[in-house]
Design a protein around this ligand. Sequence first.
Ligand code: G3P
Length: 217
Amino acid sequence: MKFFVDTANLDQIREAQDLGVLDGVTTNPSLMAKEGITGAKNILQHYVDICNIVDGDVSAEVIATDYEGMVKEGKELAALHDQIVVKLPMIKDGIKAAKHFNDIGIKTNVTLIFSAGQALLAAKAGATYVSPFLGRLDDVSTDGLSLIAEIRQIYDNYGFETQILAASIRHTMHIIDCAKIGADVITSPLSSINGLLKHPLTDIGLEKFLADYKKGN
Ligand code: G3P
């Protein structure tokens, strides 16, 4: 299972990379704006900065919503760095663009997936990743984890190689449940990844081991 961090914050990306378990980064226009990164030139430079910190795939999202615009913008993004994955919205032209990029060997991440049908279509188009947003489904009283399980079953039935990139992760249990279901990748805020480290019995146990060591020395 791959771990991506879902942020445009360079300090958090460095911290995740330093932990040694990071496989990639996802960003989106909202995460860029949160870091105060605005304007095409600054955004493109920020993608390069992220690629220079991490070893794995870095999703960079197109802003265009028409096929020609997405293809042009996607090619510009892909040319920035060989780790860039072109992130496309789950709309008709996005599917067409995913097919085009698959044909010319550019990786894609089809985002804003909220149904199994959308994930099936993206896999048919040859997307490298699909991003179902499980937290946002939970927010509207729909079981996000059930969607991850449905997509897993469909992809396994037909041997689709598209990777399920579980997004909109809100807490550590989302990560654990995605691992049980068999999501290929989770993209998560750093806080949820760090949350996996914690257990009070670990802290109590370590304190006791150290105290007992000191007694004999
Ligand atoms: O990167 C997309 C996704 O992870 C967004 O998460 O928390 O805004 O629903 P969230």
